[in-house]
Design a protein around this ligand. Structure first.
Ligand SMILES: Cc1cc2nc3c(=O)[nH]c(=O)nc-3n(C[C@H](O)[C@H](O)[C@H](O)COP(=O)(O)OP(=O)(O)OC[C@H]3O[C@@H](n4cnc5c(N)ncnc54)[C@H](O)[C@@H]3O)c2cc1C
Length: 513
């Protein structure tokens, strides 16, 4: 049996962060990173939207879609590349590079998490994401860690993800939109929590090309033999963690290409397999802290699309930033931070040159004139919102199938109504709606699932792992991903999850040396 110091399960931003941090601290360590899905981009883990050729990009997105990676109608999908569905229609469909757990997971009579989504590829969702990396604010922040330690880890995460607020510094009408929003939302806010450009994991090349960062940027120093002890093994599913008492001793892996099960030894195991599948693997391995799979939450999402007033159009119309055939039609992103008391929402405000929905030919747009309001709220966190696993039916990857038990509470519904009213208000002071009334997206739309392997201060049944992500009842099993976040949040969670992975990795290496 081949043996490793650490086996990391899942190659998204969090698994990549564990591998990178462990090897930074212990360069001689043998680290195996296993990933159920295939390599879909080069170098491995690179963001799929950096693939210029639409056909190649579509192939990479499809290859990430697990059971839906072999579409029946390639041509119909290719036709959609230049005009992808938007708004509510898109919210009910799987986003490119993701697949939906589907109706089988939803329990009859419950709200369910109807569009619970997953990605299965090297880089995970981090090869498909939008890269918004706002830091959590008061109320969202984890308080089970010393504030200075969390801040330092968030800074490390920003550096790993190459987060910047200047990617769209010259975006047309960006400053004007922020100034209008600031007039309505900045009063009594601390400077760090005022309206500002969205921190983004994004680099703009000299030719204006966009490069979303993520798993590849994190893994870069380990690839191509630069870290001799590192191995990335795609198309390999972890089926079970082997244990002896409180220690993990190895894993059962499934080579998906050869359809072969085999074992590897491990001195420590990291499970960073997303908030739905990390608890699945722990459960399948008999590692079942009482809170495992519970406290599941997803941020309710409400969206609207606005056209700015004509008086903001530059003389001559300005030069359109978004060229035909562009990978997306984004020309700038701003942020209205969460404020527990006055604005219990998170605003991701995206500007575009063109309307995302079909409109008649007389509909005039100019650079930055279309503003998409993508707004998130916190969900009430409850034990009964949970995942269960059914050993009698295996899923596509051979693990117990996942069932979701999930309901919105009356206070969730009240907050969603408030958010609808807020989007109406925002629409009014920015311009005119393009899409009519704000759209309440189906549960699961945010793709920010949290809580299922949550951290907590003590092994008291209310959490799955310690503040440094070690699973309770084990000495050497760590978890990573949004599932670790225990707090109600409205902001995009990946920056926080990567920060927690840095802290988990640092504690893990102390046990190795
Ligand atoms: C379209 C889109 C836009 C997004 N935009 C943002 C955004 O702007 N900001 C933000 O913060 N977040 C965003 N997200 C979410 C973000 O991508 C995730 O938070 C992030 O990728 C989570 O990282 P992770 O490493 O925990 O998990 P993932 O990236 O989900 O990776 C987990 C990996 O584990 C693998 N895996 C699962 N089970 C096993 C197993 N048993 N064995 C081996 N491998 C396994 C999976 O195949 C997967 O590749 C977006 C997501 C999508 C899809």
């Amino acid at each position: 049996v081949d043996s490793y110091d650490v086996v990391v399960v899942g190659s998204g931003p969090c698994g990549a962060t564990y591998a990178r941090t462990i090897l930074e601290w212990v360069p001689a360590a043998r680290v195996l990173l296993v990933e159920s899905g295939p390599v879909v981009s080069r170098p491995p883990g690179r963001h799929v939207r950096t693939i210029a050729d639409p056909k190649e990009r579509l192939a990479a997105q499809l290859a990430s879609q697990g059971p839906h990676s072999q579409p029946a109608d390639w041509d119909a999908l290719l036709a959609q590349v230049s005009a992808p569905p938007r708004g509510l229609a898109a919210a009910y469909a799987a986003r490119p590079g993701t697949w939906l757990l589907g109706a089988d997971a939803v329990q009859p009579g419950e709200d369910g998490m109807v569009v619970a989504a997953l990605s299965s590829n090297v880089g995970g969702m981090g090869a498909h994401w939008s890269g918004a990396c706002p830091p959590p604010g008061p109320g969202e922040r984890i308080t089970d860690l010393p504030a200075a330690e969390l801040d330092q880890a968030l800074a490390a995460a920003r550096s790993l993800l190459r987060v910047t607020q200047t990617a769209f510094a010259s975006a047309p009408l960006g400053a004007q939109v922020r100034s209008i929003l600031a007039g309505h939302y900045d009063e009594a806010r601390e400077p760090a929590r005022r309206v500002q450009p969205m921190p983004l994991a994004l680099e703009i090349g000299r030719n204006g090309e966009r490069y979303w960062t993520g798993p590849h940027a994190i893994l870069e120093p380990l690839l191509d033999g630069r870290a001799p002890g590192f191995e990335l093994r795609p198309e390999t599913t972890a089926r079970q963690i082997l244990t002896s008492g409180e220690r993990a001793t190895g894993l059962v892996l499934h080579d998906r290409r050869a359809d072969r099960l085999y074992q590897v030894g491990a001195r420590a195991v990291v499970v960073a397999a997303d908030p739905l599948r990390s608890p699945q693997l722990l459960w399948a391995s008999g590692i079942r802290p009482e809170a495992l799979g519970h406290y599941l939450n997803d941020q309710p999402q409400v969206c609207g699309t606005v056209r700015l007033p004509k008086r903001l159009a530059p003389a001559g119309g300005g030069r359109h930033q978004v060229r035909d055939g562009s990978v997306d039609n984004l020309s700038g992103v701003s942020w209205v931070p969460y404020d527990r008391v006055r604005f219990p929402f998170h605003g991701q405000i995206m500007q575009m040159d063109a309307s995302p929905v079909p409109v008649d030919s007389s509909f005039e747009t100019w650079p930055g004139s279309i503003v998409e309001l993508s707004m998130f709220a916190v969900k009430e966190i409850r034990y009964e919102d949970c995942l269960t696993f059914d050993e009698s039916t295996a899923d596509y990857f051979g693990l117990p199938s996942i069932k979701i038990h999930y309901n919105l509470t009356s206070s969730d519904r009240a907050l969603i109504s408030d958010l609808v009213a807020e989007v109406e208000r925002m629409t009014e002071f920015l311009g005119e709606s393009v899409t009519g009334a704000p759209e309440v997206y189906p549960t699961g739309s945010s793709i920010h699932y949290q809580g299922t392997v949550r951290l907590g201060p003590a092994d008291d049944g209310l959490s799955v792992c310690s503040p440094h992500s070690r699973v309770w009842g084990t000495r050497n099993v760590y978890v990573g991903g949004n599932g670790v976040i225990p707090t109600p949040t409205a902001c995009n969670p990946t920056l926080t999850s990567v920060a927690l992975s840095v802290l988990g990795a640092r504690e893990l290496v102390r046990g190795l040396t």
